[in-house]
Structures are given as structure tokens and as C-alpha cells.
Write a protein that binds this ligand. Structure first.
Ligand SMILES: [Fe+2]
Length: 344
């Protein structure tokens, strides 16, 4: 873990900054050209990676192509994968989201990929697979992007990338946007990160702002699963939001803390699942990301159920690092007892 460099970037803007009225003009409409292209992992990072992108519904299907990257302009032995295509109806438009999971790849190898429909393509993008065994790595850790996504989140992610262009992945600790069902905000989130998302993969966990309230119910935004292709190794019903990925000797676990806090059944299922994931962990290091902090450093916020539940497992299995968001603050400290409260 000595080589694991954490660059904590949190856009500490006021919550109210993001409360602008929803635009009635679709400034980020889907087109024939692939956009919102983002790399993630669905399966083993040493032998696979996933790419997700968006088009207009005029593009009925998607294709991913991949080849070993070489020094020349020509790529040899290009392989194609047919994409899974999902329809997403948003407040501003109707779009197709396509995803491919490139598998059977060589570890620690530089590939080139592109996505499209066979006629209209993205550019070719380089992507390096992970080593098959324990090895040092670095990643960029982001707190809540959430507000002023185009105008200010762009500063954070672009400066972070400029500082660490060789980082192995980005980790987003929830609240990527403010109003989850507004496609405009997702348009700004993707605009700000631009092509960085294409060649530096992301690990993402949802926050409470990914859980819109509508009609008396609270559910994960319908943007989440079409936009990101993530592991489905979590509890039933929490696929792609509670999951784990093993990266070069480190198990990175995403816990859906919003579901944990909101719904009793998701608290119970995640406790059972997490116990197994930590108990049967062959990796040297364990990193957890979850949106809500175990110990809140902000005002009178407090989530004792996280300490009474999840923290008992973090302690039992010696989880090394917990990366959280939500409070728009910076904090670090020792491992306090579960009885700790803000007033202490
Ligand atoms: Fe939050």
C-alpha cells in the first residue's frame, strides 16, 4: 500500500449551487456519434474491461473492436464484440446505451479499442489491462462531483488527470450529480471528464443523490445501470452498485450505503454479502468505498447504523482503507470506537 497514492479531490461547493431549474433545451442530445464513452470493469481487470457509450436511437446496435496496440498506424488482428443495447427514456430525450465487455485479454498489455455501429466510430483509444498478480498501482479518489459539473467539476477532474495521467483508475465515491433524473446533469458530468473516462477506467459507487424521490418511492436512478457496466457480484437487487473488483492484489469493494441506510432488506443482504466477500478474500489489501461516512466530520450528521453494522465487519476483517464522500469535507483520523459520536 506504500505505493498507493491517494489524491483526494472534493468539490466543496454549496449544495444550493446545483439547484438551478431543469433546462428545457437538450444541450447534450444523443447523436449518431458515440458519446458518454466510459471504461469500467465488469469482470477480471487482468483479462477484461468494459466500455459503455450512448447514441441516438437511430443507431440500433453497437459494436466494440479491439486489437493489440502497436507502434504503427495500422492495427492487426482486430476482434469485434457485439454490444448489449438498452433504451433509456430521460426527461429530455430517448437514447440507446451500448456496452461491450472485452474478455480473454492478456494481463498487463496495452490494447486499442473503438466503439460504434460499423459505420460511425469513436476514435481508437488505448487501454492497459491490469497485472495478473499483486503489483503497485495508483488511483485518483474523487468525492462528490455533484454541483456545477460543467463549470467547476471540470477543473477538478482535469487537474487530477494532469497531475496523475498514469493512474490506473479513478474512484468516484458517490453523488456524481445533484438531481439524478436530469439528463442535463449527466451530460455535464460526461462533458467535464470527456475523453479521460475513455482511457482511465472508473470504479463508481452511488450516493444519495443517485436516489431520486419520485411518487413516494426512492430508487436508484435509471441512468446508473445503462451508463456504467460494473460487476454483478453483489447481493440480489443491488447489482452494479454493491460489488467488488480485485485489482493487482487489492480487493476494492463498493457498498451501496444509501440502500443500506434506506432499506432494511438491503442492510441485511449487504451485511451477509460483505461478510463473505471479506472472509473469502485472497488479496493482500482491502479497500472499501461507500458514499456515507462511518464517522461524519460535518455538523450534526451521524449514521450510527453504519458503525453498528458495517464497521464491525471492517474491524473483524481488518479492512485497510475506507473511502467515503457525502459531507463535502476533508478529514482523516484514527480508528475510533463504535460508540464515538459527533459530540465526543
Ligand atoms: Fe451525499
Amino acid at each position: 500500500m506504500r505505493n498507493l497514492l491517494l489524491l483526494f479531490v472534493c468539490t466543496c461547493t454549496l449544495y444550493l449551487h446545483g439547484q438551478n431549474a431543469a433546462p428545457v433545451i437538450d444541450y447534450y442530445p444523443p447523436t449518431l456519434v458515440p458519446d458518454r464513452i466510459i471504461t469500467t470493469w465488469k469482470t477480471d481487470p487482468a483479462t477484461s474491461f468494459a466500455v459503455t457509450w450512448r447514441t441516438s436511437i437511430s443507431i440500433p446496435k453497437g459494436i466494440g473492436q479491439i486489437a493489440l496496440a502497436n507502434a504503427g498506424p495500422d492495427l492487426d488482428s482486430i476482434k469485434a464484440s457485439e454490444a448489449k443495447t438498452e433504451l433509456l427514456v430521460t426527461d429530455l430525450n430517448v437514447a440507446h446505451f451500448h456496452s461491450v465487455n472485452f474478455t480473454g485479454l492478456k494481463p498487463a498489455t496495452l490494447y486499442a479499442y473503438r466503439v460504434g455501429d460499423g459505420t460511425v466510430w469513436s476514435e481508437w483509444v488505448h487501454f492497459r489491462t491490469a497485472a495478473a498478480k499483486e503489483a503497485p498501482f495508483s488511483f485518483i479518489y474523487f468525492g462528490d462531483a455533484q454541483n456545477d459539473l460543467k463549470s467547476k467539476w471540470s477543473r477538478a477532474i482535469r487537474q487530477a488527470y494532469s497531475h496523475m495521467p498514469q493512474a490506473d483508475f479513478m474512484l468516484h465515491a458517490g453523488d456524481l450529480i445533484n438531481v439524478a433524473q436530469r439528463d442535463h446533469e449527466w451530460g455535464e458530468w460526461f462533458y467535464a471528464g470527456g475523453w479521460i473516462y475513455q482511457n482511465m477506467p472508473s470504479i463508481l459507487t452511488p450516493g444519495n443523490h443517485e436516489y431520486p424521490r419520485s411518487g413516494g418511492s426512492v430508487v436508484l436512478t435509471k441512468h446508473w445501470r445503462p451508463s456504467f457496466t460494473l460487476p454483478e457480484n453483489g447481493p440480489a437487487g443491488l447489482e452494479e452498485s454493491a460489488y467488488y473488483t480485485d485489482y493487482q492484489g487489492t480487493r476494492v469493494i463498493s457498498i451501496n450505503s444509501t440502500a443500506y441506510l434506506y432499506f432494511d432488506q438491503d442492510s441485511v443482504s449487504q451485511m451477509q454479502w460483505l461478510n463473505n466477500v471479506l472472509k473469502n478474500n485472497p488479496n493482500k489489501w482491502t479497500v472499501v468505498t461507500m458514499h456515507h461516512p462511518v464517522y461524519s466530520p460535518a455538523g450534526d450528521r451521524d449514521s450510527p447504523s453504519l458503525r453498528n453494522g458495517l464497521k464491525t465487519l471492517f474491524d473483524k476483517y481488518n479492512v485497510d482503507v475506507i473511502l467515503q464522500g457525502h459531507d463535502h469535507t476533508y478529514a482523516r483520523g484514527g480508528n475510533k470506537p463504535s460508540t464515538w459520536r459527533n459530540s465526543d
